[in-house]
Write a new protein. Sequence first.
Length: 348
Amino acid sequence: MAGTKIDQRAIEKHVKEINKAYERAFKKYPITVPLGGRSFTASAGATGLGVGIEQDPELVRYLIWLGQLPERGFGEQADYAEHSGTLLEDVAVLAAELERDGLIDSMGSFGSPDSHRITDDGRVELRRLSQLRSAPAARHRYATDGFLRWLYATAHDQRPTDPATFLDTTAAYFAGSVLSETELDYALARLTNSGLVADAGTQPQTVAITLDGIDCVLSGATVSDYLNRTRPGDYYSITGTNVVAGSQAKVEQYNHNNAFDPTALREFAALVRQLAPTYGLEPAQQAELIRDAEVLGEEADSETAQPGRLRSAYDNVMGRLTQIGAVSAALTTTIQQGQQAYSTVFGG
């Protein structure tokens, strides 16, 4: 045994592979801890596709480029830098991050450390990204979150900004494809209706981030989690007919049911009004649809909203939408949002 030579390089490679395995396991099965502070409720992935690198367009671009190389082929960092116009030092950082996550592997001691190929886990990730690209809900969530983050980075001083500029940026690239104007319109409708972005009322259109929008970005939460956060309410200790303690000096009693919240239908009505010009309707038909959407919005905004009247107003709007002959991405998105809003308010 004294003459046996220890292969130090093989040991180092084995240790590296073990570390990568642990990192991949932690990424797939992360340790979760309860959120404090604002009591945000983490949203479940409606697509069932999990979370990966889709939030970083540069990582996605590089992984897709490597995945398009001949099978088992290696790609030079310098070649990708020339292909994409990315600085070589930035490509090196992207490669290090993808390699750390086990999505690509370098030639290492077998050749140039600046050459990489996609791993089996990387191809699984490419398949997941492909599924995300065709998942409307995932695209809409990203459009909403991505636009708000971009607006904050671009104009956190709340100056009016042309929203169409967003589509020309890297931030508008999701899971391997560019967001559409319709998806941007949806994001704007949702953000303005929820008060995170304000329409500056100019022509052409400009928008500005609000204080609530800034708070959402700084919180690190998604738009959905921020809007669904649990707010501590007023508390009262009542003995007989006397209010013993409370967070307000004046107490007013209302007899309507606080559990009934038609907010989702109000947001749906706002979305219909904003996207109505994109459905290809005749002017008279468009005016009727907008009028019905306004009625639905008013019913949902009432302090004494009646379920029966809300259902009737909703049926009128959905009836007009489903009668539109020309199918479009905007129309499909609107109908899906309407069905989801109805389910949110009435269940089922």
